[in-house]
Write a protein that binds this ligand. Sequence first.
Ligand SMILES: Cc1ncc(COP(=O)(O)O)c(C=O)c1O
Length: 285
Amino acid sequence: MAPENIVFGAGSVEVASRIILAVTNPGDRVMFAWRSFEAYPLLVTTAGAVPQPVPLAADGGHDLPAMAAAVGSNTRVVFLCNPNNPTGAVLSSAAVDSFIRSVPADVLIVLDEAYVHFNRDADTAVGIDMFRRYPNVAVLHTFSKAYGLAGLRLGYAIAAPELATALRKVAVPFGVTSLAQQAGLASLRAEDELQERIHVLVAERRRVHTAMLEAGLPVLPSEANFLWLDSGERTAALAELFEKNALSVRVFPGEGIRVTIGSPEANNRILAVARHAAALLAPQH
Ligand SMILES: Cc1ncc(COP(=O)(O)O)c(C=O)c1O
């Protein structure tokens, strides 16, 4: 990748914010699946643009046909989150390819790959491939997830030169600290350690997912470092159970719960309440 195509920022969320600022005028629409990364609607409204959320499909993945149908003349940007936060669902290469072909070429498609390192799906869309194939594609990557540098704030966009130049123009000067730069470089030199960390996480994800299914929990397949419990209206009761057991999970009232894959010990503590949790979700007569 040429340096001219890479734009760093204080985390990928800050680069996402600059993309919206650079590309939209007040009143333009920015589309994303919903539920997805909580920051999308906030970034869009603070930029003066209008959020255009499109409900996820029942399997927790993006409903790309519905998104394609919803693209209108004032839709400027579409975020595709792969794997999706918080459901962990993956977008296939074929589906993204046909989505990109079906929307006007002046709509910017941003593939947000914050969780890309955990994605082992053989058919997944690959941001860099899409970027190479289509001029209206940009990709977001971050050092916050697999690299574990969230507090240091380092992320980047891979973008066509014109967009990259625009992103640099709307940057706050010196937004990426020298400490974050040094940490990023050190992380890139520690590839073996990174791979080992990912390997352990993916094995734990598989173990926890299987055990949750066996316990009867409505857990979706995930290619990220978390699992989604599709608990719907019973979410409050489930959240209370986790809280009582001093387990910190991300609760989306009325929708579901995102459980982060942690150390094997932490995961065992989650699994220790799995059967009880499944009983809470069972239909009551
Ligand atoms: C999908 C997605 N994109 C981007 C981010 C932002 O990450 P950061 O700004 O730390 O790079 C997150 C963080 O939760 C995320 O879930």
